[in-house]
Write a protein that binds this ligand. Structure first.
Ligand SMILES: Cc1cc2nc3c(=O)[nH]c(=O)nc-3n(C[C@H](O)[C@H](O)[C@H](O)COP(=O)(O)OP(=O)(O)OC[C@H]3O[C@@H](n4cnc5c(N)ncnc54)[C@H](O)[C@@H]3O)c2cc1C
Ligand code: FES
Length: 367
């Protein structure tokens, strides 16, 4: 009886081991794409090890394609033309590509696996995107879950960007994070300071990058950023401006206000900042300073709820209530929104009711 049991166990173990061996062999055979050539714009050829996605393969060669989701296929920014060798468009790409784009071989580079030689086209302006080796020189608490990080640019030592643009932050391997990964953060610093980049980051519980920044990143540590990216920026019209942001959505608006001050911009501008609680308000002193320094700027913070014992003499309620009560004839205004997709969608609805043309509503969704 015992002998039969032992033999059965041995047979099952042997079958398991054989299956594992076959799996490892087939994994090696089918996922070994060897060295692949990537021809770029008929001008340059890269040799890369197959098996990665195109976005990562290019990134490793210091060619940076816009991306805001770290290659998860959710931002739709990493488009480029794959003229040969890319296979068919995947279901994960379809929501981001219209018919004309598909017809012109546009693809999401994070979804295209390099399995063979490829021929691709990258718009020449993207070659201006650089990687910046930086040093973290300051970390400031703005609220209990928002910090401002200041990075000194080491190599290269200066940057030009348009206020409103974002950088990608390379999260290194740490603790349980086993893979380097990028996340997008809007630049919050004064664009006149070309040797530093500041980011305002809100902690997302269990988030890969924000946990790294809050728990592990220390003053003096090296940091790698690449960019700048994005089309969120002020127009050069004279239309009155409505800024709307909450939390870390403060970042690009702060940067735009620095720029308006530097360029003595006299446009009428009102900034509605929505906080859930008093403890969520940030940069209030700086905003009041901008009120003094900018000819036509007004800061309207609102607080949705106060805790027992707290007093708040400012606007009470959601930011949408504050806008509804304060914003009169907005038909000739432009609106600049930044923050969570939910907040942005609710605010766009309201702004349209207030008469703002949808083409004059600009936003960056932090998703
Ligand atoms: C163009 C752009 C600019 C951005 N600028 C900023 C900025 O200036 N400051 C800033 O703090 N963030 C900004 N973000 C968001 C940022 O890129 C990250 O998505 C965010 O910091 C979470 O990263 P993580 O790696 O910590 O979390 P992840 O590991 O990516 O996420 C962990 C989990 O949390 C969820 N999650 C992700 N983000 C949020 C969120 N914001 N709230 C609640 N749950 C979330 C995810 O769905 C996931 O389930 C920006 C995003 C975009 C697209
Ligand atoms: S990097 Fe976001 S969809 Fe490809």
């Amino acid at each position: 009886m015992i002998i039969t049991l032992i033999i059965s166990v041995l047979i099952v173990s042997a079958i398991g081991a054989a299956l594992a061996f076959v799996l490892v062999l087939s994994e090696k055979k089918f996922n070994d794409y060897g060295q692949c050539k990537i021809n770029i714009n008929e001008e340059k050829e890269l040799i890369v090890t197959g098996g990665k996605n195109l976005l990562s393969a290019l990134g490793e060669e210091k060619i940076f394609i816009p991306s805001a989701c770290g290659g998860r296929g959710t931002c739709g920014l990493c488009k480029l033309k794959v003229l040969e060798g890319g296979g068919s468009v995947l279901p994960t790409e379809e929501p981001f590509l219209d018919k004309a784009e598909i017809a012109s071989n546009m693809r999401l580079s994070c979804q295209v696996k390099v399995r063979n030689d490829l021929k691709i086209f990258i718009p020449p302006e993207l070659f201006a995107i650089r990687e910046y080796n930086c040093k973290c020189v300051e970390i400031t608490d703005l609220t209990y879950d928002i910090k401002q990080f200041r990075f000194e640019l080491v190599d290269p030592s200066n940057i030009n960007f348009i206020p409103g643009q974002f950088m990608q932050f390379l999260t290194p391997v740490y603790d349980t994070n086993t893979e380097e990964t990028y996340r997008a953060y809007s630049i919050s610093s004064d664009p006149a300071d070309k040797n530093h980049i500041e980011l305002i980051i809100r902690l997302v519980p269990n988030g890969i990058c924000t946990t790294y920044c809050f728990k592990y990143l220390k003053i003096g540590d090296p940091v790698r950023l690449n960019g700048p990216y994005g089309l969120f920026r002020l127009t050069d019209t004279d239309a009155p401006i409505v800024f709307i942001a909450g939390g870390s959505g403060m970042a690009p608006i702060k940067c735009m206000l620095h720029h308006m001050k530097n360029t003595n911009n006299k446009r009428k501008a009102t900034y509605y900042f929505g906080a859930n609680k008093l403890k969520d308000l940030c940069c209030v002193d700086l905003m009041h300073q901008f009120e003094k320094e900018l000819a036509n700027f007004r800061f309207v913070p609102s607080v949705a709820a106060t805790e027992p014992g707290e007093t708040w003499a400012g606007v009470k309620g959601l930011v949408t209530n504050a806008i509804n009560d304060d914003l009169q004839d907005a038909s000739n205004s432009e609106a600049y929104l930044c923050g969570s997709p939910g907040m942005i969608d609710a605010v766009i609805k309201l702004l349209r009711q207030k008469g703002i043309d949808e083409k004059n509503i600009f936003y960056d969704k932090f998703e």
